[in-house]
Design a protein around this ligand. Structure first.
Ligand SMILES: Cc1ncc(COP(=O)(O)O)c(C=O)c1O
Length: 478
């Protein structure tokens, strides 16, 4: 039976080797897009401009990766559109729920991305980004999430619309329409289809077990309400069908009924012109990942062409709200192995100087896998081990308890450093930033890395928590 490949799977040393598009081994060290990661803890073999030693653990934020991912997706849409003569535009939106850190949002918006949000505080982030010049007036701000009358989120959206024309509330439920009408402000709105989860056809889609969006009949009703409101214009139709959808056939099968509903709505409401497939585009969280992005885009755009032709309506602009795809690979979290413990467990334990479960909640909550590789000693023999965090929690382990994936790390544990990779989406937002965490472990330092126009690395160190910060947060006077 196959298992996810989360690292090196042999007992032999790693030769000079490329693991994926950004991780490679050379002479016993691991390089992240050319950066020798072990240098951060034990010094470098060549000067890459860092010039100091840091304590572990350490969070890594590598901003060029975000720009590259966005550029690659835009390129694919542009090339496929040209190939098949697709007349609509491609609109890349960053779904901030994946990682709302300032440097991540700033970097994504810096590429010209639109902004997808989900809460009142998110509106404030958009406002700050606009004030700082990162969110230009022409950019769309897609407001997903629940927006009942009288909630802070709804009020914030209405206020922000006074400053920013491209605010597009996406209606989850018909009850969200009256507050927008009552605002008297001109709003372009979206409608969210109930479509989250596997389905084949409209009836199954209407019946999916999901709290998001409206069934087909309610969508038609909502469209009529928008049409008759003096200040609302129907712009966008939203149908998100899942997250990290690694099977392109499934992705397309689940998107096809919404595409058909889009075309029917477009016949009745000519102002409608954006098909927003939401999130779901997968990203490599393990080393065996493969997804034919170009093939998926070609099939998506061709399906839109075919169905729109059948209904005799123009093809829409296509929007994706890319969360995981944008943010996952830019993040890494580095630890030191502080102990190797053989206690008649099935495998030796390697204990790290941090917590797996608070740093990557999806490992224990969902049994999710991430890539784990050593930063040094790659030129030494390996053995199969299991990782344990420093908390007293039995779930603070990796691979997850439900996993069949083997983890191999160097036998040599003297000054051994390891990294978790592709952890930049959702993990920090679920585990929380700052605050007090399991077994009161303080948060690690964070190193933000960028590259200038000449390719030189630039480093910015954000200090982690001091013990006093954790204590203060818990109400102790120190
Ligand atoms: C409405 C909406 N859009 C976009 C996303 C981002 O999805 P993903 O991380 O799969 O790209 C989510 C994630 O939950 C979502 O709920």
């Amino acid at each position: 039976m196959t298992h996810p490949v989360i690292g090196w799977e042999r007992e032999t040393p790693v030769p000079n080797h490329t693991f994926n598009t950004y991780l490679s081994a050379r002479e016993g060290r691991l390089y992240f897009d050319g950066l020798d990661l072990a240098q951060l803890f034990i010094g470098g073999r060549q000067d890459q401009g860092f010039g100091r030693i840091l304590p572990s653990p350490l969070e890594i934020v590598y901003l060029p990766k975000i720009r590259r991912k966005i550029a690659q997706m835009r390129e694919i849409f542009a090339e496929v559109s040209a190939e098949i003569g697709y007349a609509g535009r491609f609109l890349y939106a960053y779904a901030s729920k994946a990682n709302a850190a300032e440097e991540v949002v700033r970097t994504a918006l810096g590429t010209g991305a639109h902004y997808e949000m989900s809460s009142a505080v998110d509106v404030e982030i958009a406002r700050l980004m606009r004030a700082a010049g990162h969110l230009s007036p022409d950019r769309l701000v897609i407001c997903n999430g629940f927006k009942s009358a009288g909630t802070d989120y709804t009020d914030e959206i209405v206020h922000f619309r006074r400053e920013h024309e491209g605010v597009v509330p996406v209606i989850e439920d018909v009850s969200e329409i009256p507050p927008l009408v009552d605002s008297g402000l001109p709003f372009q709105v979206g409608l969210r289809q109930k479509s989250y989860g596997p389905h084949h056809g409209r009836d199954e889609m209407d019946a999916v077990h999901s709290r998001f969006g409206m069934d087909a009949a309610s969508i038609c009703k909502a469209a009529e309400m928008v049409e008759t409101a003096p200040n609302l214009t129907l712009k966008l139709y939203h149908a998100m069908v899942g997250s990290q959808i690694v099977n392109a056939d499934d992705f397309l099968t689940w998107l096809t009924p919404p595409i058909e509903i889009y075309a029917q709505l477009r016949q009745r409401h000519p102002s409608l012109h954006v098909f927003d497939f939401g999130g779901g585009v997968p990203v490599a969280m393990t080393l065996d990942f493969s997804f034919d992005y170009r093939g998926f885009v070609r099939r998506l755009l061709s399906t839109l062409q075919t169905i729109c032709a059948r209904y005799d309506v123009p093809v829409p602009d296509v929007m994706g709200e890319f969360g995981r795809y944008t943010a996952s690979e830019h993040g890494a979290h580095l630890f030191r192995v502080i102990m190797s413990k053989e206690n008649k467990s099935k495998l030796p334990w390697y204990i790290i100087d941090g917590s797996i479960m608070t740093s990557f909640p999806d490992t224990w909550a969902l049994g999710e896998h991430f890539i784990v590789l050593p930063l040094n000693h790659l030129d030494k023999p390996f053995r199969q081990v299991q990782l344990g965090g420093m908390t007293c929690d039995s779930d603070d382990v990796y691979p997850p308890k439900s996993s069949r994936a083997p983890l191999y790390l160097p036998v040599e544990t003297e000054e051994l450093y390891i990294g978790f990779f592709s952890i930049g989406a959702y993990q920090e937002m679920l585990g929380g930033v700052q605050g007090s965490k399991h077994c009161v472990l303080p948060e690690a330092n964070e190193l933000i890395i960028d590259r200038d126009d000449d390719g030189q690395y630039q480093f910015q160190l954000l200090p982690g928590q001091r013990p006093e910060d954790v204590l203060d947060n818990l109400g102790y006077t120190v």
